[in-house]
Every structure is written in structure tokens, then in C-alpha cells.
Design a protein around this ligand. Structure first.
Ligand code: HAM
Length: 407
């Protein structure tokens, strides 16, 4: 039997839940002034090398990368930010200036070892905000994410860090590298490699022996320049004032290379080892790295499959009708009534003629509130039998009054 590839899943049971999430998230994003953007799944590989970074696991080990029939080196997007920045620059929005706020939703691809909460094809809902350098935008982006989780009834913890800027990061990097070099004999092979390629990433190594050593490692938040420090303090104040709880995680470095200043993740204790349900931060240099005019930017992405276990789809407030006939003569009439009702309501139309008892069973099965059936008597008088299955009341009404039954 043919099966989906390892680490890839059909959205077949959760399709409606997926849509419910997207609608909820979109609703919040729109209130913050974000508009929808869609970029291609396939991009030139160099886009990801120049943004996410060659030394990151995502680019170094996990990309679905191949040569297309035209001999081009292409990759399936492992994340959404790079593509949106490419589109932003290509459309010359960096030259126009002003604020540009986008949200997107779609599949991402990472050739990782699949496990609970970790897929090779997964979906992200992401937002990217361009043009605002003040920390108010960082705070707005974080409250936006929190509002989405609140609307879904998801409890989670916000972890925050600052990664500094081009003023303070290089000096800190050197301090960290000398610390790491002085512990080379005790740290894992990955960290040894990273000491030279991407020292900051050592800080979130999963090896507990490394972590014991890094307790004493210099921390970026203790080495921020005046400007970064002021912004970080201001961000904390804004979040506190907005009643957003957070903790500072000095080892939060993110797996993508483009971040500076604010970095954050939302984590849930209820879903096992892959606990990050959203991640993001500021990336003020990325537009410039991708040949655009320097533009401050900040954003995040939520892992949709990761949050599936954490929320239920709320029943939409549409009234549910079930409608059918007991005699073939009246099936067309019930079909036409269904078409009309569907302008405002959710309707299950039953094309087979059945006994009243079977129709009631059918209505029950689809969870309808109203079971509407045209029998012989009703049909002759242009009437219809209606039972309110919640109130357990039944009556016969004129067919033309069916639409006015509620409200
Ligand atoms: P990221 O932290 O790599 O950030 O991914 C964001 C979220 O996607 C994660 O927190 C997680 O919930 C989900 N995720 C990542 N990998 C997988 C996987 N293999 N299976 C299931 N879910 C996964 C980014 O991608 C950045 N582009 C976010 C961003 C936007 N930063 C600024 N703007």
C-alpha cells in the first residue's frame, strides 16, 4: 500500500481544526494591521544560505535541496522569513519605506529525524513586520502571538533573550570563544566544531555535560551595549505593563543566524521534548544581506502541528439543519429549501427518502439542531415537519417560514 513519506502527514482528521486555527490567527493578525502574503515553496538555495546561514543545522543538514531540470540549485523552503524578505526586496518595498506588515501560512520542509512534534513537512503561521525599529514593534509582535494562543485557550510560557547587535555581539563572541576554547577537552564534538563556526549556538546544546559547563559561560545579556540594554529593559517593561508573563532565558539563541536584539520562544510543558510552539525575534540586518536597503524587521512563526494537541476547535455558531423527505415527490422541494437555508446556516441534505425515524437518526448523527422532514401531509400543504432536537419540541410550519425559524 502506498503511504505518505516518513515525517509527512495528511491533514485528514485535523483538516477542520487546521482551518479553525488559521481563521483565529488571521483574525488577530488583521487587528494588528497585517496582510496576507504568499511566496513560492521552491527558492534558489543561495537565499537560505545567505539568510538562515550556512552553519545552521537547517541549511547545513536539513534542506530538501536538489538540482532542477534547468540545472539550478534549488531548495524547498525550510522556513518562511527568507522568502518574504526576498519578495519584499524584489518588490522594492525597502525603497518605498514606511511600514509593511505581512502574515503567511503554509508548509515548510526540514529533513530532520521525525519524532513526536517534529515532522519533515510541517506548517507554520508566521508574521513579518518591516520598517519599525522601536521596541514597541517587538512588544506588539509578542502580544500578537500571545493573543492567538489566548484565543485558542492555549496556556504557554514566553521565554525572552537579547542577542545584541553589531556593536556588542562581536566582542561578546570573542569572550565566549575564549571561554569555549578553555573548555575544549570537556565539551561535545558538536560544540567543539561550533566554537569555530557558530559559537553562540553552543549555548543551547542538548548535552547535559556541556550545559553544566555553560552555567559559567559569559552571557550576552550581561555584555549588551547601552542601546541594546536600554531596548531590552524597555521591552520587559512593555510586556509587564501588558500583563504578558515571561522569563529570561539567557541560553535562548535560536537556530537561525539572522537574529539580533530580541529573540523569543513560546514553549508548552504539555507536549513533550519538542516544546517550542513558536519562535521569533528581530532581524534588522537581513533585508540588507539580501541586497535590500537596510530595514528594521521583527517577526515570528507558530508551528501549527505542535499546537494541535493543545486546543479544541470551538463549534462555530452556525445553526445546523438536517433536511430530507419521506416521499420522492418532495425530495426536490427539500433540496431547494436546503440551498436557500445554506445562505445563513449549515445544512445536511439527505437525498434518500426514509422513514421519520431514520431521518431523526441521520440528524442525530450529524449533530443537527433542527431535523426537518417533508412527509405526505406536509408536502400536500406546502408545509414541513421540524423538530428542535435540543429543546425537544416539534411543529409543522409553512415551508416559506423555515428560514425565519431562528432569530
Ligand atoms: P523556527 O523556530 O525555526 O523559526 O520555527 C518556528 C516554529 O516552527 C517552531 O517553534 C516550531 O513550533 C515549528 N517547527 C520547527 N521545526 C519543526 C518541525 N520539524 N516539525 C514541526 N514543527 C516545527 C522560524 O522558522 C523563523 N522563520 C521564525 C521567524 C519569523 N522569525 C522571524 N520571523
Amino acid at each position: 500500500m502506498l503511504q505518505a513519506l516518513r515525517g509527512m502527514k495528511d491533514l485528514i482528521d485535523d483538516g477542520e481544526k487546521f482551518n479553525y486555527f488559521v481563521k483565529t490567527a488571521e483574525n488577530v493578525a488583521k487587528k494588528y494591521g497585517f496582510s496576507f502574503v504568499e511566496t513560492p515553496i521552491l527558492e534558489e538555495t543561495s537565499l537560505y544560505i545567505r539568510s538562515v546561514g550556512e552553519s545552521s543545522d537547517i541549511v547545513g543538514k536539513e534542506m530538501y535541496r536538489f538540482e532542477d531540470k534547468g540545472g539550478n540549485d534549488v531548495s524547498m523552503r525550510p522556513e518562511g522569513t527568507a522568502g518574504v524578505v526576498r519578495a519584499f526586496v524584489e518588490k522594492k518595498l525597502d525603497r518605498k519605506g514606511g511600514l509593511n506588515r505581512f502574515y503567511y501560512c503554509g508548509p515548510m520542509f526540514r529533513y530532520e529525524r521525525p519524532q513526536k512534534g517534529r515532522l519533515r513537512q510541517f506548517h507554520q503561521f508566521g508574521i513579518e513586520s518591516f520598517g519599525e525599529e522601536s521596541v514597541y514593534e517587538d512588544a506588539a509582535v509578542i502580544t500578537l502571538a500571545k493573543n492567538i494562543f489566548d484565543d485558542l485557550g492555549i496556556g504557554c510560557e514566553l521565554q525572552l533573550n537579547s542577542l545584541g547587535c553589531k556593536e556588542c555581539m562581536p566582542t561578546y563572541r570573542e569572550t565566549l570563544v575564549s571561554f569555549l576554547r578553555s573548555h575544549q577537552d570537556k565539551i561535545c564534538d558538536d560544540c567543539k566544531k561550533r566554537t569555530e563556526t557558530n559559537p553562540i549556538r553552543t549555548l543551547d546544546c542538548k548535552n547535559s555535560e556541556c550545559q553544566n559547563i555553560y552555567v559559567d559561560a559569559p552571557k550576552i545579556t550581561d555584555n549588551l551595549c547601552q542601546n541594546c540594554d536600554t531596548d531590552f529593559e524597555k521591552l520587559k517593561k512593555l510586556l509587564e505593563a501588558s500583563n504578558i508573563e515571561f522569563s529570561i532565558n539567557k541560553n535562548l539563541v535560536r537556530g537561525l543566524d539572522y537574529y539580533n536584539k530580541t529573540a523569543f520562544e513560546f514553549v508548552s510543558k504539555e507536549i513533550g521534548a519538542q516544546s517550542a510552539i513558536a519562535g521569533g525575534g528581530r532581524y534588522d540586518k537581513l533585508v540588507e544581506y539580501l541586497d535590500g536597503k537596510e530595514t528594521p524587521a521583527v517577526g515570528f512563526a507558530i508551528g501549527i502541528e505542535r499546537i494541535f494537541p493543545l486546543f479544541e476547535k470551538k463549534d462555530e455558531s452556525l445553526n445546523k439543519f438536517y433536511i430530507g423527505a419521506m416521499d420522492e415527490k418532495y425530495t426536490d422541494t427539500s433540496f431547494i429549501l436546503a440551498v436557500d437555508l445554506r445562505r445563513e446556516n449549515e445544512v445536511t441534505f439527505e437525498p434518500k427518502t426514509k422513514s421519520l425515524k431514520s431521518h431523526l437518526k441521520g440528524a442525530d448523527k450529524v449533530g443537527a439542531k433542527y431535523c426537518c422532514v417533508i412527509g405526505e401531509n406536509e408536502g400536500q400543504n406546502n408545509e414541513i415537519w421540524v423538530k428542535d432536537l435540543e429543546a425537544k419540541e416539534e411543529k409543522v410550519i409553512k415551508q416559506e417560514d423555515l428560514k425565519g425559524l431562528i432569530g
